[in-house]
Design a protein around this ligand. Structure first.
Ligand SMILES: [Zn+2]
Length: 276
């Protein structure tokens, strides 16, 4: 499943190339998670602005004489975006949305069709406002401090792993990244949020940031169908220290990595290095 780093890598790969381009045609294929919300024809001639990201959503501002607003994109479980600058190959059976622009043809390929592209008059207008409302802080937002994380944790009794996956305190720590960040911070994934001290929250926030930054730097993870905007698979997963390594030695202390299931997801951790 594309996670925040993959979406950020996609954004970085597309933003410069699409900025200022003009929409020439929009082709909608099989239904995605939600309908587009406008007639595709009404998007013609609009100019593409600066691509931004909030959580796992991409926001593409569009402006013209007839209307302004933007498209909110989500890659769902299996989506990827690719910009064909010229000579786009014929649409394949999993290419469910296509935006033809003066900078090339942008395609959403999404075999499982949980992805979405939808029009919103603004980021703070419906439907974008509703979809983004429950999201936690952006991990790289300097305004999101260890104190803020600690305060949010104080109000919860769930495990820290479940809280990270829920994404309503801080976004971006999907399963791989949550496991890796908790390992680096020395925190057992089963630790109750309200028992985490401020210094441990400080370590955790730094670890979440470091893991996500590394993932962005290497181009996202290799999970399933993800291909970044340049069409090459990322490499993050090879750097995992505990994720997917049940029974293998912890890279720090050589104890066997353990796996438990939390919130229907596997948590991988080292009992010796990660304390409750
Ligand atoms: Zn260990």
């Amino acid at each position: 499943m594309p996670e925040l780093p993959e979406v950020e890598v996609t954004r970085m790969g597309l933003a410069d190339r699409l900025r200022g381009a003009q929409v020439q045609a929009v082709h909608v294929g099989s239904p995605l998670r939600w309908p587009l919300g406008v007639a595709p024809r009404t998007l013609h001639d609009l100019a593409i602005g600066e691509l931004s990201r909030r959580g796992k959503y991409l926001w593409m501002p569009l402006a013209g004489r007839s209307r302004s607003g933007g498209l909110l994109w989500h890659l769902g479980m299996s989506g990827s975006l690719m910009l064909h600058e010229r000579d786009a190959p014929p649409r394949g059976r999993h290419d469910h949305f296509e935006l033809v622009s003066s900078a090339g043809t942008l395609r959403l390929t999404d075999p499982r069709r949980f992805g979405a592209v939808l029009w919103s008059d603004a980021l703070d207008a419906e439907p974008a406002r509703r979809l983004l409302a429950g999201l936690g802080a952006e991990p790289f937002d300097a305004g999101f401090t260890a104190q803020a994380l600690h305060a949010a944790c104080k109000r919860r009794r769930t495990s820290i792993k479940a809280a990270l996956l829920a994404g309503d305190i801080v976004v971006g720590a999907g399963n791989i990244y949550a496991c890796e960040a908790l390992f680096r911070a020395g925190i057992d994934p089963r630790t109750r949020c309200n028992r985490l001290s401020l210094p441990r929250c400080d370590k955790l926030l730094a670890a979440v940031r470091a893991v996500l930054a590394e993932a962005v730097a290497v181009g996202g993870s290799t999970l399933r169908n993800f291909r970044n905007a340049h069409g090459s698979p990322g490499e993050f997963q090879v750097n995992a220290r505990v994720y997917g390594r049940e029974g293998l030695p912890c890279p720090t202390c050589q104890s066997a990595v353990r796996r438990v299931v939390q919130a229907q997801r596997s948590s991988f951790f080292c009992v010796s290095c990660q304390a409750r």
